[in-house]
Design a protein around this ligand. Sequence first.
Ligand code: PLP
Length: 386
Amino acid sequence: MVTATIDMRASDWVTRKWDQPEGIIGAHIAESDFGTSPAIGRALHRAVDAGFLTYLPERLAAQAESACAGFQDRRYGWSVDPASVRLVPDVMTGITLAIAILTPEDSSVVVPTPAYPYFLTAPAQVGRRVVTAPMNRAADGRWSLGLEAIRVALADGARTIVLCNPHNPLGQIHSDAELDALLLLAEEFDALIVSDEIHAPISFGPRHVPFAHRSAAAAKRTVTVTAASKGWNVPGLKSAQVILSGEAHASTWTRLDPVPRQSGSILGAIAAVEAYRHSDDWLDGLLVRLRRHRDHLADRLPRVIDGARMRTPDATYLAWIDVRRMTGALDSAVGWRDAGVAVLDGRQCGPGGEGHVRFNFATSLEMIDTALNRIAERRALGPAHY
Ligand SMILES: Cc1ncc(COP(=O)(O)O)c(C=O)c1O
């Protein structure tokens, strides 16, 4: 049973999403307003009451790694050796470490765009240049990987491809044909694929397939980075997992042990164990609820806001809204914010992101409607009021 929507502004604390000036609806960042699962809540209460606020012990790190492997097997049919899973404090740390230690120092990183904004900036932290590879948009709003642009980047010296599987901000599950072609390119240029699967638990269909589980060849050259943070809404607990299915990658990664494995939080590891082992029912309930909210939004958006369009997402609680046909300032996040709704500006997602905003629907139906109505009302006032 999924908990009721929580008013995240009603206590002394506020979540990042609701850390807004009075009256602005926070729909920009990927946090949910539904709290977390009771199993995780109980475990965290127990841990706090008993003073388990220490450094992360080895035994618990191993439990979280094994729980992550078990979840991959149960949920996606991917048999993962627990010894190939390593804890890291968060997904972006896992991604940047993978790039830093598993690819040549002078190589660049290909990022298909529109992209999760940090993909565009994080590689610079480990001295790597990003080359964007714009995706192609079809008339039905579906996007496909820009394979030719990826090839050009690889031919020019890139040795990492950052894949977002499922995709944020598009909310898409890439087609088999695209992913097969991507693997062939990676093989041709001996590139590493870093598959960010943080959003995988929130897949509505088609079923999520971990990229490394597609074939032995994919497993060999993929580093998967995932976490319980989106599925169970615990990103602040700082625990993520890297799955090193390539043997060579696993042995290189051991050079880093015990750091960063032990630098995540003890509460995060406790939450990961509970999420991956004891919270499937809660996740299933969340998916039922999010599907309803997604369908409500997809139905209401084009009817309430003239000119706004979206493709119904296959995954994530994020809607990628095409606002190019909206006139005045409502064709970007700036105008939406002025109208009282904070959304992610597509321009932050790199080439192809212009003319789009990303809206988080992991909130109550009422809040979704209020947000849509605010934009519609501002639009009705006409361009002079934008
Ligand atoms: C695709 C993707 N990767 C990574 C992150 C950040 O994860 P973390 O906070 O674990 O670094 C997010 C957060 O929204 C995300 O959407």
